[in-house]
Design a protein around this ligand. Structure first.
Ligand SMILES: [Zn+2]
Ligand SMILES: [Zn+2]
Length: 321
């Protein structure tokens, strides 16, 4: 056989699905006995070799279920906006109360929708499709004995910690999960926007719940015909629906936010936790892990979905056997 002696592996059937467990180690030992392979080690390779070149281009997943869920998300936020402004704040006699709550609620709602838009339309870290060609692998000039992992589904060279998403039909770097509510995968490049989305939705849910409680108290004390520009039955129905919506989303997004922050701090994606994959990457402290997702140094921009975090400093590791 001609050199270079590199081999393509299917990681989903090798190490990917089952981690580098006994099976992987037994395989390694067998290969070592073959005499042409070196001890296991990792080498950093340039990120732009395997990162999508379309990172700055518009990204949108054409998935009917995801598009419907994303539209529902926007409709629910706009419904909350309608009830808060037209049922509760505008009819209120206290101008200061209406003004402060109106500014806070609308700002948070804008940040939530902006985070959603960026989470949906940012390339989560897709690996170029079909780049695992013989010519391309040869152009990488791998050293003899190096192994590159190939995804059998999208035929791409799969970097370490990347997983294939069947909805996006791509391998995604540091894929956490595919979220239909943002119609996209949550991965290395858009996790910040997803975390901000869950945080701002939890905040507007909490804020609108508080306002609903105050408005009910105000209506009970005052005359129901004067506390809203809508009829009393319509007001009650609109407020109860908002109450249910806010409560449901407050619970859902708070849990999601907590899970995401935990997985960022421990530097372990949702998929890695589920598959109980063995840690093959360097352990860093929580602060460094947070900075890797939100950008560095810490600033108010961490909370802005309009600011793109500084990416690309982290080295990409590839397994060599
Ligand atoms: Zn793939
Ligand atoms: Zn996906």
């Amino acid at each position: 056989m001609k050199s270079p002696v590199h081999r393509c592996r299917d990681p989903e059937h090798g190490r990917g699905e089952h981690g580098r467990g006994d099976h992987g180690r037994a395989e390694s030992r067998q290969e070592s006995r073959a005499g042409y392979l070196q001890a296991e080690q990792r080498i950093p390779i340039s990120k732009d070799i395997i990162t999508s070149s379309s990172a700055s281009a518009m990204w949108f997943i054409r998935d009917a279920c995801g598009i419907v869920c994303a539209v529902i998300t926007w409709m629910l936020v706009l419904y909350a906006e309608f009830v808060v402004v037209f049922v509760m704040l505008l009819p209120s006699k206290n101008l200061t109360y209406s003004l402060i709550n109106g500014v806070v609620f609308n700002s948070l709602a804008f940040l939530a929708l902006a985070s959603h838009f960026r989470a949906m339309c940012t390339d989560p870290g897709a690996v170029p499709k079909g780049n695992a060609t013989k010519e391309y692998i040869e152009s990488l000039q791998l050293k003899p004995g190096q192994v590159v992992y190939k995804c059998p589904k999208c035929c791409s060279i799969k970097p370490d910690r990347a997983h294939h998403c069947s909805v996006c039909k791509r391998c995604i770097r540091k894929m956490d999960h595919h979220c239909p509510w943002v119609n996209n995968c949550v991965g290395e490049n858009n996790q910040k926007y997803f975390v901000l989305f869950t945080m701002y939705i939890a905040l507007i849910s909490l804020h609108s719940l508080t306002m609903v409680v105050f408005h009910f108290l105000y209506c009970f004390e005052d005359d129901w015909t004067k506390c809203s520009s809508f009829s009393p039955p319509a007001t009650v129905i609109l407020l109860i629906l908002l109450c249910f919506e806010a409560l449901l989303f407050l619970i859902f997004t708070s849990v999601m936010f907590g899970t995401q922050v935990h997985s960022i701090c421990t530097d372990e994606t949702g998929i890695e936790q589920l598959k109980k994959e063995e840690r093959r990457w360097a352990k860093k402290n929580k602060w460094m892990n947070m900075r890797a997702v939100f950008g560095h140094p810490f600033s108010i921009l961490w909370f802005s979905p309009l600011a793109t975090p500084e990416q690309g400093k982290a080295e990409t590791y590839q397994y060599v056997v």
